[in-house]
Write a protein that binds this ligand. Structure first.
Ligand code: CA
Length: 231
């Protein structure tokens, strides 16, 4: 769910995108030109921008290049739309700073999937505040985990898994949910893989006596029991 700015001068396409975004629970806003988009950005920063390449006046990549030089809009996720399928244009679009790229005609379902993936990818990065559960401290910015001043060694997947669990404590996560949230979209990994990494995570936490933080909920999945270590 997010505020999405749709910059597209063709009303029918803009409306179609907005319709699908609303259906997914997002709050779309349509801008029909560069100046219109600029005004919308000044008023309120969206969570994501869908930007058409061909616009009256300044084309999408020019707008995007300018947004990327402004600290306020520098890291806004942008999906570029274009009718041109040439590889050089794709490269230009990505060079201008687009996070993703879709060629017209596209299926709304695919655009929605890209929006979802990009919002999800960006969301954890935005929250760089250190996380704590009992003695366990996780510093997302430094990618380090400590317990009572002692640093624990975690593999990259175990780190992501722990970060996700610590961000959502006291909640049961199914293996499918963990695959979706930790491993991301388009993964074709067996759910058993989650068990393997949970085991590795517990092994890494054991020297600090924090392995029991990760509880197995029979028939459901896993839970981080933040209260448990304080007991
Ligand atoms: Ca257009």
């Amino acid at each position: 769910m997010g505020k999405i700015l749709v910059v597209e001068d063709e009303a029918a396409i803009a409306e179609l995108i907005a319709l699908h975004l609303r259906h997914e629970g997002h709050q779309p806003r349509i801008a029909i030109s560069g100046p219109d988009a600029q005004a919308a950005l000044l008023e309120q920063l969206p969570d994501l921008i869908v930007l058409d390449w061909m616009l009256p006046g300044e084309p999408g990549p020019t707008l995007l290049a300018r947004w990327r030089t402004d600290p306020r809009t520098k890291s806004l996720p942008v999906i570029m739309l274009t009718a041109r399928a040439q590889e050089t244009d794709k490269i230009k679009g990505l060079d201008a700073g687009a996070d993703d790229y879709l060629t017209k005609p596209f299926s709304p379902a695919e655009l929605m999937a890209r929006v979802r993936a990009l919002l999800r990818r960006r969301a954890p990065e935005a929250l760089d505040a250190p996380l704590q559960a009992g003695e366990l401290k996780l510093d997302p910015a430094a990618r380090r985990v400590f317990s009572g001043g002692r640093e624990l060694q975690l593999g990259p997947t175990e780190f992501k898994l722990l970060r996700y669990l610590m961000s959502h404590p006291e909640r049961v996560h199914t293996r499918a949910q963990l695959l979706d949230k930790v491993w991301g979209d388009h993964v074709f990994i067996e759910e058993r893989t989650v068990d393997v990494h949970v085991k590795r995570l517990r092994d890494a936490l054991r020297p600090a006596g924090c392995d029991e933080l990760i509880e197995t909920v029979r028939g459901s999945g896993y839970r981080l029991a933040a209260a448990r270590v304080n007991a």
